[in-house]
Design a binder for this molecule. Structure first.
Ligand code: 0O2
Length: 240
């Protein structure tokens, strides 16, 4: 008899699969052993994310202070906005899988340097380096890694200055050094990166077409760099 769903699977297979999936989840993911494992490990994981959130607050405050203090001499605010995020569990697990990192909290703290992220959006390219230098000169900040994708853009056209730093957080009875990734960009670089990130989700284009669009995005990034430099030149003429 002709099946009613499609040509590969007999009718009713979807229901069977769904029942199988549900049985699998009940027997494995909802087993006592697994639920005990979740209970045992949730608190340390929550604690780790809370510490990263504390480190973000420390770094964000430092930039707010720098913005306020620099604004007096500059007569303008060098920071347009600050965005922060703790890496999503999904993105964290993907990175651990990609880099083959052991499934322990110590391994995460040691190897994943961007669990805590702070993005500082600046007005002009010069502001990026002035803020980064002022931030790094603070005696409780330790530079771990620096990647200057403004001087050497990524093949995609991506431009930003990335710093990995360690910052202390002060807990009830201990001081803990936490890693934070700080990304500095101009408004124009951020505009490009946000849109390029969204367009990345479209993966089903033919190879030739994808290459044309990648070239187009790289070209847009170059035009954006020109705009940043022109705006900076205007600012210099205005003595700001
Ligand atoms: P999320 O969590 O969504 O922000 P490493 O960490 O050094 O082992 P990785 O992860 O390649 O290696 O570091 P990289 O390239 O220095 O920085 C990664 C982050 O920079 C990305 O975060 C983006 O925020 C940004 N980025 C890097 N390249 C591009 C790019 O071509 N386009 C855009 N739009 N953003 C980019 P994640 O990893 O996506 O994670």
């Amino acid at each position: 008899m002709e099946n009613e769903t499609n040509e590969l699977f007999p009718a009713g297979i979807e229901n069977t699969l769904s029942t199988y999936r549900e049985d699998f989840v009940r027997e494995n993911l909802m087993s006592d052993a697994f639920l005990d494992f979740v209970e045992e490990n949730t608190k340390p994981i929550d604690r780790m994310f809370a510490y990263y959130q504390c480190a973000i607050m420390e770094v964000e405050t430092k930039f707010k202070v720098l913005d306020e203090s620099l604004s007096v001499d500059l007569e303008r605010n060098p920071i347009e906005s600050i965005k922060t995020r703790v890496k999503s569990v999904d993105s964290l697990l993907r990175k651990m899988r990609r880099k083959n990192i052991p499934l322990t909290l110590d391994a995460i703290e040691e190897n994943i340097k961007d669990v805590a992220g702070v993005r500082v959006i600046c007005s002009f390219p010069d502001d990026i380096y002035e803020l980064a230098d002022a931030f790094l000169s603070q005696d409780d900040i330790t530079l771990i890694e620096k990647k200057d994708y403004i001087k050497e853009p990524k093949p995609s056209g991506y431009r930003s200055l990335h710093l990995i730093v360690e910052v202390p957080i002060f807990l009830k009875d201990e001081k803990k050094n936490m890693k934070v990734e700080v990304q500095f960009r101009t408004i124009a670089m951020d505009f490009w990166a946000s849109l390029e990130h969204k367009l990345h989700y479209k993966h089903d284009l033919p190879e030739e077409r994808a290459k044309v669009l990648a070239d187009e995005l790289r070209n847009c990034a170059e035009q954006i760099e020109m705009l940043d430099l022109r705006m900076q030149a205007v600012r210099n003429e205005c003595n700001l």
